[in-house]
Design a protein around this ligand. Sequence first.
Ligand SMILES: [Zn+2]
Length: 259
Amino acid sequence: MRLKREKKGVANRQKNVFISLCKNCCFLHFSLLLSNELALKHLTMDIDKKKYKVWTWKNPLVLHWIINPGLAFNELALGQRIPKIMVIEKGGRKSLPERSFVPCPHCNTLHTSLKWTPQNNTAFKNWFGLYCDHCGGIIPCVRNATSAVLLALTFPLWYWFKDKWKEKWLADQKAKFAKPLVLTQPDFQWWYVGLRFAFSMFIFMNLFNFLILQEVFTWKKLLINAIVWVLGGLIFGLFMKKFTRTRPTRQRGEQVSAT
Ligand SMILES: [Zn+2]
């Protein structure tokens, strides 16, 4: 009887923590999405809507980036970022990365997304945003909600150093982009992308379950989580390969020139 009451008490505490997290999370997401929507007003470039689709936070892939807590690892540790606005060429026989462009709100240059790839050593370490090699400005990126919370909580640890770090980061970017860039589509290692995603989700979900919801830790639960996320990650990797590397069979529209 006593054990039953204790179990019920733990379940109620978990429920209250969960409800409180959900409320705060909804508020945070709403604020982030509103700030993203307001940021779109700064883009002055005229985009030919007949030729291009415009991806903002409303696109499912970008929205997934904002709301998935596991991707905070990619954003904060790896410096992987998604621009607030992407322009996708309609039609043609090219794959998604080949049809994707990133507008710079400072100089209105339309960059091919292939500038930010592992082969150019520019896909990661973009903690301050994406560097524009035309004007030296920083192209703004969307912010993952969990990253935003972690940055807010650790504010006193990094705020005093951010200007110095940014200065060094800008100098590094300038040096990287001064070299000739390879603008061909890089190989997509779906299993590596999947396992990286699985690792982020495994770490986050276990921290969430055992530290926040205070579930009882067992090695069995940990093992089951590991298997679930490895399988989930591999499925995610295959989906991303299919979605981003499949070339349409029908040819429509015109090619664009990008700088
Ligand atoms: Zn620029």
